[in-house]
Design a protein around this ligand. Sequence first.
Ligand code: FES
Length: 146
Amino acid sequence: MGRGNRVAEPVRRQDLLSRLREAQQRHGYVPEEVMEELAQALDIPIHEVYGVVSFYSFLSARPLGRNVIRVCKSLPCYLKHSEMIIEALKKELGIAPGETTPDRRFTLQLTNCIGLCDQAPAMLVNYDAHGDLTPEKIKQILKEYT
Ligand code: FES
């Protein structure tokens, strides 16, 4: 491998990430065809492209709902009974984490700390922070999102 390739590598990765972000914004997810095209265009193995998409929480290989709920599953929230919040969401939405409602209104995801530990248990709906959650609050919060 020549010297030029070593310099080009980080540039290609950066390019990959920005093009994946574009696709995510345009389609609401990164379609498989786009991943294949990028792998070919940037000469990166397809499994690495898949790897990047599954690594970053802002990228998704499947269509997401109009509203993405991310419930914190890290320890401080867990100690404040985040599992009760997850259960309330599962019951209310009729889906499990990683799934999207059939009407595409919501996608439910679990995430690591979102920086709201002082308001544990906490979650994000899109970019809105919701803290000090209780199962009772969940229904009301969901009503805010159409
Ligand atoms: S641990 Fe849940 S927001 Fe930090």
